[in-house]
Design a protein around this ligand. Structure first.
Ligand code: ADP
Ligand code: MG
Ligand code: MG
Length: 899
């Protein structure tokens, strides 16, 4: 039997490609990102030292086989080594002309600093002499040797760094040296002895002198590092699967520490923080790779390299330009210059900030390097989200950390940064926020629905319990409030009004800074920068491209003109939901609303509604003005009436107190009010008298609302504003409800237009939020000119969950146990709720091909749900104004993915 191929030489990329059936992704999986890119660089003729790669399959076979090399592997390594010897003109273990190699980890996805690499393998007491003679440089040879013993000791033999660092420091101190470069050849010879002794004492065996033994032990060490704790933790955090394994790259050593005509460096082809198209990096003369990253010596900016090594610098700039063109993305490279000669040691797509991601994508499209469509896929919705929230700058965070102001970390539940004074309950948080105008951070062990008023008044939210789908997290995301949940190191003491981590105590009213993007909490105030979308010209450009690519439009949910204006500046193409009930809650209106609710006759009710009419008219006029030329969907009254009334329990207590104290003034009225509220009581109000049912039971309210909408629209139209009102009837369950109410309302619409002598486009439509409505969509579409999926209620009713109860009680457990893959209130449940939606779209359009379909539930801002809305043929998604830019990108990405 022929052994499996475990090893690929630098010039065997084609074989690797064939083995994985041509997919580059497969090559990366087999050879690791580092190995695949080294081979690719070799193939396109860039200077890479000869090497071979041991596959990830070998790593997995090693682990599966109980930490043993699979059959054939060592043999293949030896054969490949012979080829590398040939290519480099040196020999492994030959004192006359020694080949040295590095043994480098490299998985499919880059895991910076998580796994191990050993340099200078092949040095021993004899070859070090050979190297010294060959290079005529004792110092260099012994420096390389002591580095090998040190790295081998720590990586392969698992010795702690101090075992080497301590004697090295002591030695330098004794000699009065500051830097490693001060060490002379004799010093280094002495240090090699010291290090070898340290290995013997610590391990009970000598540092292996046999180069082949060094190589096989180092290969194993790299395999093992895949299952090291650091690497496992990193994979958990980045959702990288454990079964990928790491490849091992055995690479001919090139030396940046051969003198002042040598050096080493790392660089990004563009600035990874800002995206600026300018090489960004550091280098060191007379140094080996690790020195640059380790920060032991002060590095120089890459631009200065031209002064010292002009030839190599010029070549480096050419090579990196080739690399960017070849990979069509910003590259992060590692290189070494040996006696003036450039060698590339690594390249990969560079990690970058959200800012840089946008700039690089837009620039590269403008440079013609990538298409606009590709640019749209280079930025994630999460990155766009991060750009719209206030932020801390990295420098300030570093300074705060140094000053000991880092407090705790938790789950980064809702992005953005916030600075404020902490309060431990919703009422205080609200009072301090609203009345005292303080910046407030609300801190709770966890939150419940009756904490929402405090959360809304807060600039940030911090909880010590709960996960990414906890109530606090969901609410925070919905309202764009930065939020950290589950910061479990924090002990909150609600009695003493303080929180603690270790000895560090923060009392109520004191300042903290929370970074919802990273999950970090700092003591005191960090400076905030508030992004303005209009100033982010690259983002604006990218989003314009998104609109050109997307089939779905993005509208916004906005109740007030100021929200509508924000939505518009964020690029919304309409208002998908204006909730009118907020307008009833304004303090000067509420008493009238209550009288209206309690009216005993239709005349009395109409009288009160006539008082409300002008208020509503001006509310709507403001919206039409803000959305000049764009559609505005206004939903008629939706909640049950008791929501507008005083709290029953509280009123009851007042009445009882008055009776006990024998107070009579006003008691009569209170008792009457109490009786009326009791009469409104329903055992399950969310499934009771609300939505269209309320409108049929008490049509006067919606008649007033429709009159207000059309009067406002007519007034605006006569002022030259282009109005496109769409009246939305909530909670329809049967077409007969629409048959009853809609003609009455349409008559009012026509009457108003006649009275005012203007006409304009308008629509009447309904929400689809009761499963029966979705199932009977073809009937409903006979009357409704548009559908808007109310996916919050539709999800509740399809699952039979009440959202508040579900999120408070069992939903987290369901997600943790895998009973639900995701929280269906965040991401549309495609199999259930989604099927109802897609059925409704298809059957509705069969009856009315021009049927306008949208979604106004919270899902309208969720990228996965947006993709689904694209697939089922929605015309638009409507989401909170803050989410509009994210949704625009997501809509474009959905269109690209499903071309
Ligand atoms: P990481 O994945 O942690 O970046 P690498 O395998 O890239 O680890 O190795 C770290 C550094 O060691 C490299 O940046 C490079 O400077 C140096 N290095 C690795 N192999 C060689 C080699 N063959 N010759 C010279 N330097 C090397
Ligand atoms: Mg590297
Ligand atoms: Mg609803």
């Amino acid at each position: 039997m022929v052994d499996k191929k475990w090893v690929y030489l630098f010039n065997e990329l084609e074989q690797a490609i064939a083995y994985v059936n041509g997919e580059w992704d497969g090559v990366r999986a087999l050879l690791g990102g580092k190995g695949a890119n080294l081979a690719e660089m070799t193939r396109i003729g860039l200077p890479v030292p000869p090497f071979f790669t041991v596959t990830t399959e070998a790593c997995n076979a090693y682990t599966a086989g109980g930490s043993k090399f699979p059959a054939g592997l060592w043999d293949q390594e030896l054969k490949a080594l012979a080829k590398v010897e040939e290519a480099s003109g040196k020999k492994f273990g030959d004192a006359g002309n020694p080949l040295l190699v590095s043994c480098r980890s490299g998985a499919k996805f880059s895991m910076p600093g998580m796994m191990d690499t050993v340099l200078n393998i092949g040095l021993n007491d004899e070859t070090v002499e050979g190297l010294a003679k060959l290079t005529d440089n004792d110092r260099f040879a012994y420096d390389s040797y002591r580095r090998l013993i040190q790295m081998f000791g720590s990586v392969v033999m698992g010795m702690s760094d101090e075992i080497f660092e301590d004697p090295l420091e002591a030695y330098k101190h004794q000699k009065g040296y500051k830097n490693d470069t001060d060490l002379t050849a004799d010093d280094l010879k002495e240090l090699v002895k010291v290090f070898k002794k340290a290995v013997r004492e610590n391990q009970g065996s000598d540092f292996p002198q046999d180069p082949l033994q060094q190589l096989s032990l180092a290969t194993e060490a790299v395999f093992r590092s895949w299952m090291g704790k650091r690497a496992i933790d990193y994979r958990r955090a980045e959702a990288i699967p454990d079964d990928l394994g790491t490849a091992v790259n055995i690479v001919t050593m090139v030396f940046g520490n051969m003198g002042w005509d040598s050096g080493t460096g790392v660089a990004f082809t563009r600035n990874p923080a800002t995206g600026e198209n300018k090489m960004y990096g550091d280098y060191l003369l007379n140094a080996q790779g690790e020195d640059v990253v380790a920060g032991i010596r002060n590095t120089d900016p890459i631009q200065n390299m031209g002064d010292h090594l002009p030839e190599a610098y010029k070549q480096f700039m050419e090579v990196t330009a080739v690399l960017e063109k070849h990979y069509r993305d910003m590259q992060d490279v590692e290189f070494t210059i040996e006696r003036g000669r450039l060698w590339m040691l690594q390249t990969r797509n560079g990690k970058r900030t959200a800012n840089a991601a946008v700039k690089v994508a837009v620039d590269m499209a403008n440079e013609g390097l990538i298409s606009r469509e590709e640019a749209l896929t280079r930025v994630t919705p999460k990155q766009v989200d991060a750009l719209l929230h206030p932020q801390f700058n990295e420098e300030n965070k570093k300074v705060a950390k140094k000053a000991g102001r880092f407090f705790a970390t938790g789950v980064n539940a809702s992005p953005g940064a916030a600075v404020g004074q902490i309060y431990f309950d919703a009422d205080t948080a609200e009072r301090m926020g609203k009345e005292e105008k303080q910046a407030v951070i609300m801190v709770r062990p966890f939150t419940k629905p009756d904490d929402v008023h405090g959360m809304l008044a807060a600039k940030g939210i911090l909880t010590s319990e709960g996960g990414a789908t906890s109530h606090a997290a969901v609410v925070a995301r919905q309202f764009g409030v930065p939020c950290i949940v589950g910061a479990s190191q924090i002990r909150i003491d609600l009695e003493r009004r303080q929180m603690k981590v270790g000895d560090s105590v923060v009392k109520e009213g004191e300042w903290i800074s929370v970074d919802g993007t990273t999950g970090e909490v700092y003591l005191g105030k960090l400076e905030l920068t508030v992004p303005n979308i209009e100033e982010q010209t690259d983002l604006m450009t990218l989003l314009t491209w998104a609109d050109e690519t997307a089939r779905l439009q993005v509208w916004a949910n906005a109740d007030y003109p100021r929200d509508a204006r924000r939505a518009r500046s964020y690029g919304a193409k309409g208002i998908g939901l204006c909730r009118t009930e907020h307008m009833f809650f304004e303090p000067e209106r509420l008493p009238t609303v209550q009288k209206m609710v309690l009216a005993e006759t239709s005349e009395e009710r109409t009288a009160e509604l006539n008082i409300l009419l002008p208020y509503q008219r001006s509310d709507f006029a403001g919206l039409f003005e803000a959305m000049d030329g764009l559609p505005v969907i206004i939903r008629l009254i939706d909640p049950p009436l008791h929501e507008f009334m005083p709290d029953e329990e509280k009123l009851f207590e007042e009445v009882v107190t008055m009776r006990v104290k024998g107070e009579t003034k006003g008691l009569d009225e209170k008792e009457k009010l109490l009786a009326s509220i009791k009469a409104l009581h329903e055992s399950n109000p969310m499934l009771g008298l609300r939505g269209v049912r309320l409108s049929i039971y008490m049509p006067e309210i919606v008649e007033m609302q429709v009159r207000a909408i059309f009067e406002a629209a007519a007034d605006c139209a006569s002022k030259g504003i282009v109005v496109k009102p769409e009246v939305m009837i909530p909670l329809t369950g049967t077409v007969n409800e629409l048959k009853w109410i809609q003609p009455r309302l349409e008559r009012i619409a026509k009457a108003v237009m006649d009275e005012k002598g203007v006409s304009f486009e308008y629509k009447f439509g309904t929400m689809i939020e009761i499963p029966r409505a979705a199932i009977t969509a073809s009937e409903i579409a006979g009357l409704a000119q548009f559908f808007s999926f109310g996916t919050n209620d539709l999800t509740q009713m399809t699952f039979g969950y009440s959202r508040d109860d579900a999120e408070r009680n069992f939903l987290i457990k369901y997600v943790e146990e895998g009973i639900l893959v995701k929280n269906p209130f965040q991401t549309i449940d495609r199999e259930g709720v989604g099927r109802l939606m897609s059925m409704a779209v298809n059957e509705g359009r069969n009856v009315r091909p021009e049927l306008e379909v949208g979604i106004c539930g919270e899902h309208g801002g969720d990228p996965d749900s947006i993709e689904f809305c694209h697939l089922i043929g929605n015309n638009y998604v409507s989401c909170s104004p803050f989410r509009v830019p994210v949704a625009r990108l997501a809509a474009a990405q959905a269109a690209i993915k499903h071309k």
